[in-house]
Ligand binder design. Sequence first.
Ligand SMILES: N[C@@H](CCC(=O)N[C@@H](CS)C(=O)NCC(=O)O)C(=O)O
Length: 206
Amino acid sequence: MNNRIELYGANTGNSLRAAIALEEAGIAYTACSIDLYAQEHRGSTYLALNPAGKVPTLVDHGTTPALIINQSNAIIQYADSIAPGKLAPAHPGPARTRVIDRYFFFVTDVIAPSHAAFFLHQAGQDKAAAIIDLRVIDQLTYSESFLTAGFMAGEQFSMADISAFTIATAFRDRLDWKQLAQLSRWFESIEARPAVQRGLNAFKQF
Ligand SMILES: N[C@@H](CCC(=O)N[C@@H](CS)C(=O)NCC(=O)O)C(=O)O
């Protein structure tokens, strides 16, 4: 093991969100790729870390016993707690609260419904899925109004940009970018960040 922290994941939005958060927070970690196609996430070794058989999972060997986190958004919160100020203003107050507010907008009003639509597609319920996908696109379009100061929650990059970026990436072919000048500028600037690029490439091999 090279680092105290290991991040198990695959090339999926949830895993990439966690990897980008660790990269942006400047937290050293070892990326451990899980081959979903080979069902590695359903094998006993991985199930011992994440009984739900989902990615990502973070293991911090710096605690006794090792700390295991199974939710991508809890991993982001953990990264914020051990690298204060990198993913949100460190001190409680209006600026930090705005970051949390926008972060939860993307997590609960955009990412969660898009997961529901994914499962409806898988179940052959394409009409129902399309209705939810349209709602996701509406919400992403609405987020253009957040970009008055450059980032999703003000003048500084934050966890709100991470949650927004991974879901905007998933819908990038379906957004009307020509009508979304601010969102377009924001997306390009987030995508160009070196830490975001490293996060996007964390699990490239599968
Ligand atoms: N709420 C969890 C969701 C995790 C999740 O659904 N991961 C998907 C990939 S995006 C997965 O592992 N799918 C494999 C499977 O269900 O077989 C999180 O945010 O971490």
